[in-house]
Design a protein around this ligand. Structure first.
Ligand code: NDP
Ligand code: 2IT
Length: 442
């Protein structure tokens, strides 16, 4: 089957799912020549693009005004060939089947890259947490778990956070699971330390994304010291990418949210970042308030990609960086892009980065530190022990290094350029494909 025939089949079977089709297309193009050279893998990809199980359910809850509200809940259990289903939950009004299937599909390859035994899944709801009281969030989470609990388990499917789902939500979800099932297990990751969480899990995606950037820079005898870094988003991933970049000597000059971005040419140091953490995780305000507080520029309704930088780290959402943005970045001297978000660059942007041969890491490689540390949380839960910050951080660094090596192994071109897209897709695919072949037609 040619790439075109394969994609025609995927489009026919999954109409109105543009994000899922986009994610599949990139992988199919990467794997085409590899599968030609390794015919035993023919047919595996057809199975991989069909979720093992798709669960869609009603989530009824009552808001603070006493009104009945109905949302839609989802869990896409994509692939369990190498371990229990694993992947985050997203609460955002844009959530639909297409977005969750793309995320679940990416998760399968990403989890394989981590070296840990985790299958791939994703879930969530079109529930919008913005402007909701803590009580409303709790009621929604409890109702969501009333249904989800029958599909998950510490050895079956282990959800975690994603956009709109952080420590607060994981707490409410865990509490309800425990209440219904009467078991204290590692059924969710991203838990608080006092009740089974792992040190470094909150930091892990942003830290890992920065470690990956560092690995890429090393291949060009460079590092983060003195580099200007543009980051989008101001949530979990952006916050800790900002912290680690700063610790390693870089200067972060932007953060954003869905309303606009702040440009702080003096750099977002640890004191200013502490303000962002409080603003975003406690008072739940807008990034614009940073510009007011620190008297810097705020640009409404725009993404930060036209700001001059050496390194860009998109850490907000999918398709937030298009070809024009990519051209502006490269024209301004950016030579390294490490994705904290999932699929933040459009296909046109990716194509441009590869054409210009800059250091470009797709999210499934560079943001894998989050789920990898979730895997470490699962291990600690299983052995009922806690590891120190240093132990977890050392393990995270090791994992990011090995993902980088895997990408270099499978993605190095004849001229020496490392195509990390190719490397991550082949590297992630091989282990899952081997497991699927060994387990028969399941
Ligand atoms: P958060 O909810 O903590 O933060 C999300 C940030 O992105 C906010 O600043 C939010 O702004 C912004 N954002 C969300 N949607 C949009 C949009 N449609 N347009 C513009 N800005 C938007 O989520 P995370 O930081 O956890 O996740 C960010 C990205 O990282 C996602 O792509 C996620 O899939 C990915 N990721 C997360 C991991 C994790 O461990 N948390 C692991 C690996 C990847 P606003 O507040 O205005 O909505
Ligand atoms: O996209 C991702 O890898 C995540 N949201 C983290 C998933 C997890 O299970 O920790």
């Amino acid at each position: 089957m040619t790439v075109q025939q394969f994609m025609d089949m995927v489009i026919r079977k999954n109409p109105n799912e543009p994000e899922f089709i986009q994610a599949v297309q990139e992988v199919v193009e990467s794997l085409d020549a590899f599968i030609d050279d390794n015919p035993k893998y023919v047919g595996v990809l057809e199975r991989m693009v069909e979720p093992e199980r798709t669960i869609i359910f009603r989530v009824p809850w009552i808001n603070d005004k006493g009104e009945f509200c109905i949302n839609r809940g989802y869990r896409i259990e994509m692939n369990s060939a190498i371990g229990p289903y694993k992947g985050g939950l997203r609460f955002h009004p844009s959530v639909n089947l297409s977005i969750l299937k793309f995320l679940a599909f990416e998760q399968v390859l990403k989890n394989s890259l981590t070296t840990l035994p985790m299958g791939g899944a994703k879930g969530g709801s079109d529930f919008d947490p913005k402007g909701k009281s803590d009580l409303e969030i709790m009621k929604f989470c409890q109702s969501f778990m009333n249904e989800l609990q029958r599909h998950i388990g510490a050895s079956t499917d282990v959800p975690a956070g994603d956009i709109g789902v952080g420590g607060r939500e994981i707490g409410f979800l865990f509490g309800q699971y425990k209440r219904i099932r009467n078991e204290f297990t590692g059924v969710l990751t991203g838990k608080s330390l006092e009740w089974g969480g792992s040190l470094i899990r909150p930091e892990a995606t942003g830290y890992g994304c920065t470690y990956f950037a560092q690995e890429m820079l090393t291949t060009r005898h460079s590092d983060l010291k003195g580099k200007t870094v543009v980051i989008s988003g101001s949530g979990n991933v952006a916050q800790y990418a900002c912290e680690k970049v700063t610790q390693l000597g870089g200067k972060v000059v932007t953060l954003s949210d869905s309303n606009g971005y702040v440009y702080d040419k003096d750099g977002i140091d640890s004191e200013k970042l502490a303000f962002v953490l409080k603003l975003k995780n406690e008072t739940r305000g807008r990034i614009k308030e940073y510009a007011v507080k620190y008297n810097c520029e705020y640009v409404e309704d725009k993404t930060p990609w036209h700001v001059k930088c050496d390194i860009a780290m998109p850490c907000a959402t999918q398709n937030e960086l298009n070809r024009d943005d990519a051209m502006a970045l490269v024209a301004n001297g950016c030579f390294c892009v490490s994705e904290g978000a999932n699929m933040p660059s459009t296909p046109g942007a990716v194509e441009y980065f590869l054409e210009r041969k800059i250091l470009y890491a797709p999210g499934k490689a560079s943001n894998a530190g989050g789920v990898a540390t979730s895997g470490l949380e699962m291990t600690q839960n299983s052995i009922r022990l806690h590891w120190t910050r240093e132990e977890v951080d050392t393990e995270l660094k090791k994992i990011m290094k090995s993902i980088h090596e895997n990408c270099v192994k499978h993605g190095t071109k004849e001229d020496g350029y490392v195509d990390y897209v190719l490397g991550a897709n082949i590297g992630g695919f091989v282990k899952v494909a081997e497991a699927m072949l060994a387990q028969g037609l399941v």
